[in-house]
Design a protein around this ligand. Structure first.
Ligand code: PLP
Length: 700
């Protein structure tokens, strides 16, 4: 069974056992209100004071204020509010202030969002201006020199959460001292704590917010350092706690937990040294380079946190890598904000002006400064496993691909579909409706698997860009010396007689045939077993169609069981049949009615001993997952991209219960809905997928 390897420490961390113990103690034995004057309150107050004193020492806070907050976002609000109120007051007093709110282009969104919010709310009317960064992600000091005289408030993070880039705070400080002596300065220090040495009072920094959950403390606790004498406006007013700087009864269990982490940081032994962390990064980087040829690291190591690796791999989307690592039990994050369907390019990497593909495909791997060699060993082994899974699927070049690729494969981008028709026996294939975005991937896959391409064809006009791109990418892999008709159909002598007597131009693939049916809006292609008479409707396994309904044209040529493979997903489902289409756009069956809970699987299989358990994750995820069995049941791999292919078999066989699962339940519900829509009612899916399953897949 895979144990989880958590490498997403920049997002949040597991809570350290000592922090859990300290929080429990605070709740159980030290539950007093630190504002109470009785003994129970005094005990709580002593704990609070102790943690604050420790925090001051660790941060080098000197005579500055150190306030406990709910996290960095609150600290940022307070700093921004304080700075803007001061700027407003200075102006009211007739003092000149700059007119710019200057923030690093790669700041966490909490910073520009807070600046915009409070600037509007307070009516300060200052101009927000992003300070650009260079290709290494470091602030452009030349631009800062130019803008600093106009700056009223400057926000520059200590280290970036996505790229790991460490800012040149000494350089920024020197510049501000010289060119902007009265500007206020906030340094978001969230990612620096525990990884970089801090001596805040020795700097010119006015405000430094911190967050506990990035460093082994629970969520909901943070700190704000405010330099001695720096302006301060409370965000929360009330009972006057935290010396009136932040009202509200303190989060004592959070503070106790943070105290335990700070104690570990202070003891000099629990946290790894910088040199040790650098060695760990080197080992991870070496494993990644070996597993993922062509990998590029998006921030130079010499200027970045040793605990953060941000990388992109040519030809692989960030979401694909994330799914792959997740399947292998390695938690990383797609470096960019990611919606289920589409990853938006990272604004951090975009600000670094990296190539668009790097910004869109970035993955972040981050570990905490208490990581040990066992974690890194296990991570390196899993990374190698991920590389092997990608090679087996030909997603990275391989001399020994293991993919079974006979039949029909579906690829897609944003609901548009490309279909591959592969004949393993003759090692030849045809590609239907190629999307330009997939051209290089398809050409690489075809080359890796040793297929010769007989035809690159479209079902309709206006989609020719993809065809041209694929033809160019295929080069010698495409059968040559043949002229082509419109939509790319090769001019050959072969023909097949269809069920209505129509004689269609055809491409032979061993015992199978791909026949063209021309119609007004373009063409459809029928694929099936040929007989002496030609291609009978009952033998047509697949019909590839354009975006327009062609039900009438196909009615006499295909059977009820023919899988219709459209150019665009039918109602967000991978494929359809003529019968389903004739029924109108039937609303998808209620997902709840086909849902099984992971903990109920055993009972379901007892009641349905003939049921099949099917992993619809892609083949590389399945391989990385080591998921031959789940909940004691043998697992079959039928990636969603191969669902149409298998459906043509399932629809022709006796109906067995099919239970689909995937990573989160998003793909398996699609598979189950597709089957229900095509009249196969005995299809189920596991809610929450492997992620919420009671157990991770077990090795056979
Ligand atoms: N600043 C940085 C650099 C961060 O990484 C984060 C967390 O993602 C925040 C601010 C916000 O921290 P919190 O979740 O404690 O509000």
């Amino acid at each position: 069974m895979h144990t989880e390897i958590y490498l997403d420490a920049n997002a949040t961390s597991a809570v350290h056992p000592a922090a859990i113990a300290a929080a429990a103690l605070a709740m159980r034995d030290c539950y007093g209100n630190p504002s109470s004057s009785h003994a129970t309150g005094l005990k709580a107050k002593a704990m609070l004071d102790g943690v604050r004193a420790l925090a001051r020492r660790v941060l080098g806070a000197g005579q500055g204020k150190l306030t406990f907050t709910s996290g960095a976002t609150e600290g940022i609000q307070t700093a921004v509010l304080s700075a803007l109120c001061e700027i407003r007051a200075r102006r009211a007093r007739g003092e000149t202030t700059g007119d710019l709110l200057l923030y690093g282009a790669t700041e966490h969104k909490a910073v520009p969002e807070s600046l915009a919010h409070w600037n509007a709310l307070l009516g300060t009317g200052l101009e927000l201006r992003a300070l650009p960064v260079d290709a290494d992600g470091r602030h452009r000091l030349d631009v800062l020199r130019e803008l600093a005289p106009r700056a009223a408030f400057v926000c520059t993070m200590a280290a970036n959460n996505e790229s790991g880039t460490i800012s040149d705070l000494a350089g920024i400080e020197a510049l501000l001292r010289e060119c902007a002596p009265t500007a206020l300065w906030m340094v978001d220090s969230v990612q620096a704590l525990g990884k970089l040495t801090l001596d805040l009072a020795a700097t010119r920094i006015d405000y430094a917010p911190f967050s506990g959950h990035k460093l082994y403390a629970p969520k909901g606790i943070g700190m704000l350092y405010v330099r001695e004498g720096a302006p301060y406006t409370a965000l929360m007013m009330g009972g006057g706690q935290e010396a009136g700087q932040r009202s509200g009864t303190e989060n004592m269990s959070g503070i106790a937990a943070l105290g335990a982490v700070l104690a570990a940081l202070d003891d000099g032994a629990s946290f790894r040294t910088h040199a040790q962390l650098v060695r760990m990064r080197e080992r991870l980087a070496a494993a990644l380079r070996a597993a993922l040829p062509g990998i590029v690291f998006n921030a130079p190591f010499e200027h970045s946190l040793p605990t953060t690796l941000n990388f992109s791999v040519p030809g692989l989307a960030g979401k694909e890598l994330l799914d792959l690592f997740d399947a292998a039990g390695v938690r990383v994050s797609a470096g960019s904000a990611c919606s289920a369907a589409k990853a938006a390019p990272s604004y951090v990497l975009t600000a670094m002006q990296l190539a668009p593909w790097r910004c869109a495909a970035a993955v972040r791997m981050s570990f905490g400064p208490m990581a040990d060699d066992a974690l890194i060993d296990a991570a390196c082994e899993r990374i190698a496993r991920c590389g092997a899974a990608l090679r087996a699927s030909c997603l990275i070049p391989s001399a020994t691909p293991a993919q079974d690729s006979d039949g029909v494969v579906q690829l897609g981008v944003d609901g548009a579909c490309t279909w591959l028709v592969l004949d393993a026996a003759s090692r030849t294939c045809a590609i239907i409706n190629p999307l330009a975005a997939l051209a290089v991937r398809i050409a690489d896959q075809v080359r890796c698997q040793g297929y010769r391409v007989r035809a690159v064809i479209d079902t309709h006009g206006g989609a020719g860009d993809g065809r041209a791109a694929l033809v160019a990418a295929l080069g010698g892999q495409l059968a040559g010396g043949i002229s082509h008709e419109a939509l790319g159909w090769p001019v050959l002598d072969d023909e097949a007689t269809l069920d209505n007597g129509q004689v269609a131009s055809a491409l032979m693939f061993g015992t199978r045939v791909l026949a063209r049916v021309a119609h007004a809006s373009g063409a459809s292609y029928l694929f099936g077993e040929r007989s002496a008479a030609g291609l009978a409707a009952g033998d047509v396994r697949f019909a590839f169609t354009g975006p327009d309904a062609v039900i009438q044209e196909l009615a006499e040529l295909v059977s009820r069981k023919t899988i219709v493979c459209p150019a665009c997903e039918a109602g967000s489902l991978p494929c359809t049949t003529l019968v389903a289409e004739r029924g109108g756009a039937a609303p998808p069956a209620n997902p709840l009615a086909m849902q099984l809970e992971a903990h109920g699987l055993e009972r379901f299989f007892n009641d349905h001993p003939d049921a099949l358990l099917i992993d619809v994750r892609e083949a590389y995820e399945h391989a990385a997952a080591d998921a031959d069995h789940w909940h004691g049941r043998a697992v079959q791999s039928v990636p969603l991209s191969r669902l149409a292919d298998r459906l043509s078999v399932w629809l022709r066989a006796e109906e067995r219960p099919l239970v689909f699962f995937c990573r989160s339940g998003a793909r398996s519900v699609k598979a189950a809905q597709c089957l229900h829509r095509l009249g196969y009612r005995n299809a189920w899916h596991v809610a929450g997928g492997v992620a919420l399953g009671a157990m991770l897949p077990q090795a056979a």
